[in-house]
Design a protein around this ligand. Structure first.
Ligand code: PAF
Length: 285
């Protein structure tokens, strides 16, 4: 099936308005492009659930800090179009920065207060404000009934769920399972920047999470011991620089530092050879 490329926000609004007038549901898959199998799983889920599937492809400058990798974030619109088309999306929305931020940094911002300042938010100030602002714009322009996000960005997913609830957005956020390579590496557009050596050492993230999960399943309920299991595995890799490893409530992201309850998720961020990777795992799963 042919996917339409739309670059103009008004054109997308007109397209979805016509579809909605004939009773169709709209599914949005927001992405920053350089699409991989993780994104494909979101698009396929949207295809199953919705009449019209819109995939947005936009490297959002406001979610990158001044010293982060906005300029070098990988981009390949042609390859994205091929993947989106093979998954049956109706529209690939590729706006410019000027389209989404007509006044530059002098913008209206959407911010989920406390949740955006912990975990990744602590080491990336302003990151989640950029995410929630751009996703609000995309939801508004696309009038999506459903929006699909991967659980790899677990904090992002939690924040977006909270945002639509707080703002009363008429859109349901759908979370989809994290997708891994066969050897356990979580799929990420940033993996392309890993050298062979760094990629090999990055496998310790998944191994570390598995060590913690095993300890949990053997009865360990002490947050610091669970964290130490993952930390020992990851810090044995010379290229790995741990930013955080935490255990938290899977719904609220309340962080546990002593005894953990029966339902718990471990989340971590690690720079491996200079590439920042995040990963997570339910320990009770
Ligand atoms: O997860 C991403 O790729 C981005 O944070 C998102 C949700 C597309 C917003 O730019």
């Amino acid at each position: 099936m042919k996917t339409n490329i739309i670059r103009d926000a008004q054109e997308l609004s007109n397209y979805v308005r016509t579809a909605k007038q004939s009773g169709k549901t709209i599914g949005l898959v927001p992405t920053m492009g350089y699409l991989h199998e993780g994104h494909a799983s979101l698009i396929r889920a949207a295809r199953k659930q919705c009449d019209v599937v819109v995939v947005s492809d936009f490297v959002n400058p406001t979610q990158f800090g001044p010293k982060e990798d906005y300029a070098t974030y990988p981009r390949d619109e042609q390859a994205d179009l091929r993947l989106v088309e093979s998954c049956g999306a109706d529209v690939l929305f590729v706006p410019t920065v000027e389209t989404l931020y007509p006044n530059g940094q002098d913008s209206t911002w959407v911010e989920v207060s406390k949740l955006g300042t912990i975990l990744c938010g602590a080491s990336r100030p302003g990151h989640f404000r950029g995410v929630t602002t751009v996703v609000t714009k995309l939801l508004w322009i696309s009038q999506a009934d459903y929006a699909f996000f991967g659980e790899k960005d677990y904090q992002q997913l939690t924040i977006l769920r909270r945002m639509v609830r707080d703002l009363g957005c008429p859109c349901q956020i759908v979370g989809m399972p994290l997708v891994r390579e066969d050897d356990g590496l979580a799929l990420s557009s940033r993996n392309i920047h890993l050298t062979a050596e760094a990629r090999n050492q990055a496998l310790s993230l998944h191994r570390g999470l598995e060590c913690a999960r095993r300890a949990f399943q053997e009865g360990c309920r002490d947050a610091q011991t669970l964290i130490a299991r993952a930390r020992d595995e990851i810090s044995s890799q010379p290229l790995a620089e741990i930013q955080y490893i935490e255990v938290a409530d899977p719904e609220t992201l309340e962080i546990f530092d002593a005894e953990v309850p029966a339902r718990v998720i471990m989340l971590l961020a690690v720079r491996v050879g200079g590439v920042r990777l995040i990963d997570n795992m339910r320990l009770d799963g």
